[in-house]
Design a protein around this ligand. Structure first.
Ligand code: PLP
Length: 396
């Protein structure tokens, strides 16, 4: 008989994390199948359709025969469009050879970290933060160094906290602004201070700017734009959030050419390229009419305001005003409930799917994440459900 150990997973798999939003969504769907009404505030994707001009461009590309492999680094015309877009929005001249197209921002993260990290390298990342950072760092055998984002600093990473975490073994700093899960945004001053702090250190910055366009106040400030920083910064951005294109799997990275060449070679080994017609749609997204993006951001802002007012009226909840992305991150410590416990109770008893802050790292304890990727009406109904449940089940 064949050995029963044929499926013996590699040791590194034990270090791989995940995103619990998918798990909560699956359980919410099971409850719905049993007839329970659930309002979904756990999902991290825009609830709007992809703008029509982008869909039309994809259909045209399919008909025009964009159904084969493209160069692994991405179609030259798309890389040119991305270079022009990043040059314009970040105020730094970018060459198309510095651009890598990937199957989502996530693929850029995976490929760049794989190309750069050695076992034992220290990587500083935000906690709470997007869970894939820690997962990838640990998977690659590098050392995960979480830096707590503080509520009193409106969840913006501070140069002071990063300075305290730096050691001679720090290889990379991951920055995410606007930030998932808190909606925190790096102010210009802090971006400057971070750039000064890193000026003469051999540290690569991975700047996750996937929410760069979903901003409610002020302007987007990127470390990539600071003098001297582009040589040591990988900028990641993409289509999923800005253009409601999560299912298209398209994103991009801008990085030094030498790294782009290595990352392209890795792309050849992993997935060859992003889908050709999707890449053609990506050109239209950047160059075409942007009014759908503006309308989406305006709607997210209305929902943020309604959700914030609702959350602040719930006993035991307090909430910072998010400045970007589409998440709320209320502090629930004063309710007397632990985050995970409240996530479960709200799902099973109140009929509202939210995520425990701990899904984003240990420093998420005491918080919940609510996504406003749902209608104003549903958000308001969810706030009433949560408030009523909390009033009926006081603990503190
Ligand atoms: C902070 C952050 N980075 C990256 C991603 C991945 O985006 P993409 O769909 O482009 O892979 C997400 C998606 O939720 C995110 O929240």
């Amino acid at each position: 008989m064949k050995s029963i150990h044929a499926v013996r997973l590699a040791e590194r798999m034990s270090r791989l994390g995940t995103e619990s939003a998918f798990e909560v969504l699956a359980r919410a769907r099971q409850l719905e199948a049993r007839g329970k009404s659930i309002i979904h505030l756990e999902i991290g994707e825009p609830d709007f359709p992809t703008p029509a001009n982008i869909e039309t461009a994809a259909v045209r590309a399919l008909r025009d025969g964009y159904t084969h492999y493209t160069p692994a680094q991405g179609l030259p015309a798309l890389r040119e469009a991305v270079a022009a877009y990043v040059s314009r929005t970040r105020g730094v001249e970018v060459d198309p050879d510095e651009v890598l197209i990937g199957t989502g921002g996530k693929a850029i993260l995976y490929i760049v970290l794989t190309a750069l990290l050695e076992p034992g390298d220290e990587v500083i990342y935000p906690d709470p933060g997007y869970p894939i950072y820690e997962s990838m760092i640990r998977f690659l055998g590098a050392q995960a160094v979480p830096v707590r984002l503080r509520e009193e600093a409106e969840f913006a990473m501070t140069a002071e906290d990063i300075a305290a975490a730096l050691t001679p073994r720090t290889r990379m700093l991951i920055v995410n602004s606007p930030h998932n899960p808190t909606g925190g945004v790096l102010p210009r001053e802090e971006v400057r201070r971070l750039a000064q702090l890193l000026a003469d250190r051999d540290v690569i910055v991975f700047s996750d700017e996937i929410y760069s366009r979903i901003l409610f106040e002020g302007e987007h400030h990127s470390l990539f734009s600071e003098p001297g920083m582009r040589e040591c910064t990988v900028l990641m951005d993409g289509y999923s959030k800005t253009y409601a294109m999560t299912g298209w799997r398209l994103g991009f990275g801008v990085m030094p050419k030498e790294l782009a060449r290595a990352a392209t070679q890795l792309t050849i080994n992993v997935n060859s390229c992003a889908a050709a017609f999707t890449q053609m749609a990506g050109i239209e997204a950047l160059r075409g009419d942007q009014s759908a993006v503006d309308a989406m951001v305006a709607e997210f802002r209305r929902r943020r305001d309604a959700c914030l007012a609702g959350l602040r009226s719930i006993p035991g909840f307090r909430c910072q005003q998010p400045h970007g992305a589409f998440y709320m991150f209320p502090n629930i410590e004063a309710t007397g409930y632990r985050s995970r416990e409240l996530q479960e109770a709200l799902l099973n008893e109140a009929g509202v799917a939210v995520l425990s802050g701990t899904a984003f790292g240990p420093n998420g304890e005491g918080f919940l994440r609510l996504s406003v990727a749902n209608s104003l009406e549903n958000i308001e109904a969810a706030m009433t459900r949560i408030r009523n449940w909390m009033l009926a089940h006081p603990r503190a």
